[in-house]
Design a protein around this ligand. Structure first.
Ligand SMILES: [Cu+2]
Length: 174
């Protein structure tokens, strides 16, 4: 009897452990955003679920400017190349950190239509998040013409009001 009860208790706790383990696992499953992030160091972004349009936009600093330091517009680059991000008048802070006049970079690649400015920036091949506060990255693109543009997002990945965005540059990958 005692053995049976013990067995039942053990089974129950094992099941619970399994359940708890699964729970932990599922909440730690990388979100789409994390998968798309550069270098695997970022991004605490998975919990972003805006409930309405007006939420949590941050004001940008007056005169703030994002720009791509390298490559330059019209440059020809190899298939794997480095991009250096520039930001004037504001600071870089990792995603999730709500500090005034800060944000993190997002690289828009071959994007024809800009994302909504009052929503978190999507995360996919055309919208890359740098939620760890990176100011450069190495990109690998197929040969041909490509466009690159930077868009700063606040701690919730939402563009600032007004948006801090670089000029769109066109490069050729050889
Ligand atoms: Cu982001």
């Amino acid at each position: 009897m005692i053995k049976k009860a013990l067995f039942a208790a053990l089974t129950a706790s094992a099941l619970f452990a399994l359940y708890a383990g699964n729970q932990t696992k599922s909440s730690a499953t990388p979100s789409v955003v994390q998968e798309k992030c550069d270098t695997g160091k970022c991004c605490p972004t998975s919990k972003v679920t805006p409930t309405n349009n007006a939420v949590k936009r941050s004001p940008s600093a007056k005169g703030a400017e994002a720009y791509i330091i390298s490559p330059k517009d019209g440059n020809v680059v190899g298939q794997e190349f480095k991009i250096i991000f520039g930001l004037k008048g504001m600071g870089v802070a990792p995603a999730g950190i709500d500090l005034p006049n800060t944000g993190h970079h997002h690289l828009l690649i071959d994007l024809e239509k800009l994302p909504k400015m009052n929503m978190p920036i999507p995360a996919d091949d055309n919208h890359k998040h740098f939620g760890a506060g990176q100011t450069e990255t190495t990109l690998k693109l197929a040969p041909g013409k490509h466009t690159l543009q930077l868009l700063l997002g606040n701690y919730l990945h939402i563009p600032h009001d007004k948006p801090v965005m670089s000029k769109k540059i066109t490069i050729t990958v050889k």
